[in-house]
Ligand binder design. Sequence first.
Ligand SMILES: Cc1ncc(COP(=O)(O)O)c(C=O)c1O
Length: 236
Amino acid sequence: MGKGWYCRKRLRLNSLRLEGQKTVAIKILQQFDWEVPDWVIVPGGNLGNIYAFYKGFHMCKELGLVDRIPRLMCAQAANANPFYLYYKSGWKDFSAVKAKTTFASAIQIGDPVSIDRAVYALKNCDGIVEEATKEDLMDAMAQADSTGMFICPHTSVALTALHKLRNSGVISATDRTVVVITAHGLKFTQSKVDYHSKVILDMACSLANPPVNVKADFGSVIDVLKTYLESKDLKQ
Ligand SMILES: Cc1ncc(COP(=O)(O)O)c(C=O)c1O
């Protein structure tokens, strides 16, 4: 391998990577005091994470730490959805797709490396696959950000899946559901700026909160915030 670059695909075939990702499942259970959540939702591209999470949950069950495992839901971008299409076919026909552009760029994958492992995982936990359109994922990201979360577009694919499954009743209001945040919003700021500036082609950007340009100093930021908060007070 040449100096200065690494092979991403090979990294994703690295079994040690899966062992590392597996620890997320153990952490989830530990943080819930070994009470198993009903659902865990994960954005999926190459499908290593979803398989590794299954492996981690399964291992905890084998060790007697828990008596069941959660149902896993893999959430894909509609523009890169080979796993979703395979699931919808009843696991009959797998075809790689040519992934189209998605804001969730880390899951813009048409031919997932861990496809067979992921099918095995979902079959063994009664898992499901959902997809999220470009507009739905951007709206979900804006909605989550308005609560202060500041999530990445991959996480909002998973959040969209949660909304869809709640609306269809598959996930009930009392189901304990974990949505895994896979990256920080700061890694993907351009899509947020574009959405809130309403410059994304063919997208209503209905939850846009237009950016305000401010001089890069503390006083100017405080002035803008003060004006904003006072205007809110007046309206109430
Ligand atoms: C931010 C982010 N989210 C989700 C994923 C999807 O994980 P996987 O490719 O294992 O399905 C990745 C993979 O690199 C990622 O970087």
